[in-house]
Write a protein that binds this ligand. Structure first.
Ligand SMILES: C[S@@+](CC[C@H](N)C(=O)[O-])C[C@H]1O[C@@H](n2cnc3c(N)ncnc32)[C@H](O)[C@@H]1O
Length: 357
């Protein structure tokens, strides 16, 4: 059947093709500190903007309409100011600052994705060391500076969204397995009186956790324990909640299932494990953030992909967990938590599925 002009246009293809321009414009503005310089509702004219950001007149004239069209800045008359989303998430000292994530994608993943075709053909990651090791073993300044800042940018908001979807008040001690900089336990402990948290991480990541906890005023409430969940036979014990956020997606299925079994063995009876991920639909038709993050695992890791909540439920049940359910929320790093319990007893707000107590 002939396709008429009314049925389809090239516009969606143009959007896909120029997507990189949007991203790089956004990343450049973050790198130039545009949003931090305009913090607090500051309004500037074009010449004032040029001076503030230290750009010449022509690039400023080209950059400003792009940032307005991307809804990162607003224009009122001759004046430019941060949009609401930029003011909330792109100002350097704000609690859910997103800039670290943008910088990591711009300086590391962007280059990796240039080799996507090769990774697809060879089933070989671009960024991981060739010896089968992971990108996380690296103690290089780049990873320390960008990667865990990137994770921190997402984790705090995941913690916020999780704490709104699930009532943690019945829990006392939370272990964040592969918890990165500790953004999730910092957020949970800030919100739940009496809750303490430990991040179980590779040794070179632990100082970052201590630093972030101290900066949040939670030194002594959130701490770090050095370990390696692949090599250690047992995980730390004495915890009645365990978080696995964006950890199972970096592992292949065999290692992911093995880690869940270790969580089950170490968890206190009656405790719960929370698998926080960008969850794929059961029929693997999307959504795009989960599907694209899956491809990102091909770029960055030897194994690992994104899964649906049904798949995680199967893994959790096999590890011994019961009362399985999923709570959905909206965060850039996770669209829900698949919960399994070693026993019963915790109240869940807004859950779907079976077994809520
Ligand atoms: C994708 S990041 C997720 C970080 C954090 N959970 C979050 O959601 O922001 C994966 C984390 O797992 C940690 N990790 C990887 N392999 C590990 C291992 N064998 N033992 C302990 N932690 C590990 C990495 O250091 C990294 O911080």
């Amino acid at each position: 059947m002939a396709i008429t002009r009314q049925q389809v246009t090239q516009h969606p293809l143009l959007e896909l093709t120029t997507g990189f321009m949007s991203f790089k414009t956004f990343a450049a503005a973050v790198e130039l500190d545009v949003f931090t310089k305009l913090a607090g509702g500051r309004e500037v004219t074009l010449p004032e903007f040029a001076q503030l950001v230290d750009l010449q007149e022509r690039p400023t004239r080209l950059l400003l309409p792009a940032l307005v069209s991307l809804k990162l800045l607003e224009k009122k008359g001759e004046f430019y100011r941060n949009s609401a989303v930029a003011e909330e998430f792109l100002v350097n000292d704000k609690p859910y600052f997103f800039g670290g994530f943008v910088q990591f994608y711009s300086h590391a993943l962007y280059q990796g994705w240039e080799h996507l075709v090769g990774a697809l053909r060879a089933n070989t990651p671009v960024l991981a060391p060739p010896d089968g090791d992971t990108v996380f073993g690296s103690e290089d300044d780049f990873m320390i500076r960008y990667f865990w800042e990137a994770m921190h940018a997402l984790a705090g908001f995941t913690g916020l969204a999780l704490s709104e979807a699930y009532d943690f008040s019945a829990h006392q001690r939370v272990l964040d397995v592969g918890g990165g900089s500790g953004g999730i336990p910092i957020e949970l402990c800030r919100r739940v009186p009496g809750l303490t948290g430990t991040v179980y991480e590779l040794p070179h990541v632990c100082p970052i956790v201590e630093e972030k906890a101290a900066a949040a005023g939670l030194a002594g409430v959130v701490g770090a324990q050095a370990g390696d969940f692949t090599k250690d036979e047992r995980l730390p014990s004495g915890y009645d909640a365990m978080i696995l956020s964006q950890v199972l997606h970096v592992l292949d299925e065999e290692n992911g299932r093995a880690l869940l079994k270790k969580c089950y063995d170490a968890l206190e009876p009656g405790g719960a494990v929370f698998v926080c991920e960008l969850l794929l639909d059961a029929d693997r038709s999307g959504p795009a953030p989960a599907a694209l993050m899956g491809l990102n695992m091909l770029i960055a890791h030897h194994g690992g992909e994104n899964y649906s909540d049904q798949e995680y439920r199967t893994w959790l049940a096999e590890a011994g967990f019961v009362d399985l359910e999923v709570v959905r929320f909206e965060a850039a790093g996770a669209t829900g938590a698949v919960i399994g319990r070693k026993g019963t007893g915790h109240r869940v707000i807004g859950s779907e599925g079976t077994g809520g107590v």
